[in-house]
Design a protein around this ligand. Structure first.
Ligand code: GDP
Ligand code: MG
Length: 281
């Protein structure tokens, strides 16, 4: 089958662990085998027991206590320790030679954007272990209520995408919150349409709204930022509502496509070209 991995990244609280559970529940319900790899040394509890857990190697709590470090420095220490102890990873991954692994990542975005840590780890998984990898980056739907926050989120998603250099899917999470409280169907449809502007954003259109709320001395900076986002023209989001299995299924099929899951299996040759009977093996 090959080896496949989905990196679930994004800021703290964006819904990564919840999305991992929803993906696993959905995959199991359609008869697929997937495993959870917890890569967050500060994770506290899981809905699914991880098959691989960085906390068995090192935990943030221990590092902070023993090394007298704060949470951010401690996290960097944990990942440097992991990169210095790759035999642990080798042993753990050795048990999953032909599998689909969902990797729940920590929420400190500097691990993707400032330090090459996640990039190094992604390269190792790709080059040494032959994983086909898709990175997902979650931003929560509340980001759309504040356009400056939205642009900051888009920049962090873009930075992760550029640094990781693997197929990448941006996800707008917690869409169930957007539609909640709207009783009339029409109001719901209207709100949804309003949201769609953010899924496939035209930053040059949105900048006017940002400028109307910011001090004029920042207008040219705003313009430069949206121009940068527009130049890359690669930032779009898929909506995720974890309470809706179809929504989770749609995202899984996009991930599958991005890593060509299932395309390795050879199509069976008909044994007899006239009857179209298939060889059983
Ligand atoms: N309503 C709603 N809440 C969510 C959703 N995903 C996560 N949450 C809540 O947001 C908080 C953070 O979620 P978590 O999955 O732990 O985020 P992580 O830090 O990115 O792993 C928790 O309180 C979750 O219950 C979602 O899709 N909808
Ligand atoms: Mg989490």
């Amino acid at each position: 089958m090959g080896r496949y991995a989905v990196l679930v990244s994004g800021p703290a609280g964006s819904g990564k662990s919840t999305f991992c559970s929803a993906l696993i529940t959905h995959a199991h319900s359609i008869g697929r085998s997937v495993h959870l790899f917890n890569l967050d040394p500060a994770a506290e509890r899981f809905e699914y027991q991880p098959s691989i857990d960085i906390k068995e190697l090192i935990s943030l709590e221990d590092v902070m206590e023993e090394m007298n470090l704060g949470p951010n420095g401690g996290l960097i220490y944990c990942f440097e320790y992991l990169l210095d102890n790759l035999d642990w990873l080798d042993d753990e991954l050795g048990q999953y030679n032909d599998d689909y692994i969902i990797i729940d990542c920590p929420g400190q975005i500097e691990l993707y954007t400032h330090f090459p840590i996640m990039t190094k780890l992604t390269r190792i998984l790709q080059d040494q272990y032959n994983f086909k990898i898709c990175a997902t980056y979650l931003l929560e739907s509340q980001f759309m209520d504040d356009k400056t926050k939205y642009f900051a989120g888009v920049l962090s998603a873009m930075s992760a995408m550029i640094n990781l250099e693997v197929p990448h899917l941006n996800i707008m999470s917690k869409m169930d919150l957007v539609e909640k409280g709207e009783t009339a169907e029409e109001a719901k449809a209207g709100r949804r349409r309003e949201m769609e502007r953010y899924f496939d954003p035209d930053p040059l259109l949105l900048v006017g709204e940002v400028n109307s709320k910011t001090n004029p001395k920042f207008h040219s900076l705003n313009q430069a930022i949206v121009q940068l986002i527009d130049d890359f023209s690669m930032v779009s989001f898929m909506p995720l509502d974890v309470t809706d299995e179809d929504s989770v299924g749609t995202i899984l099929s996009h991930i599958d496509n991005a890593i060509q899951y299932g395309e390795d299996e050879e199509p069976k040759e008909p044994k007899n070209m006239d009857t179209g009977d298939f060889d059983e093996d």
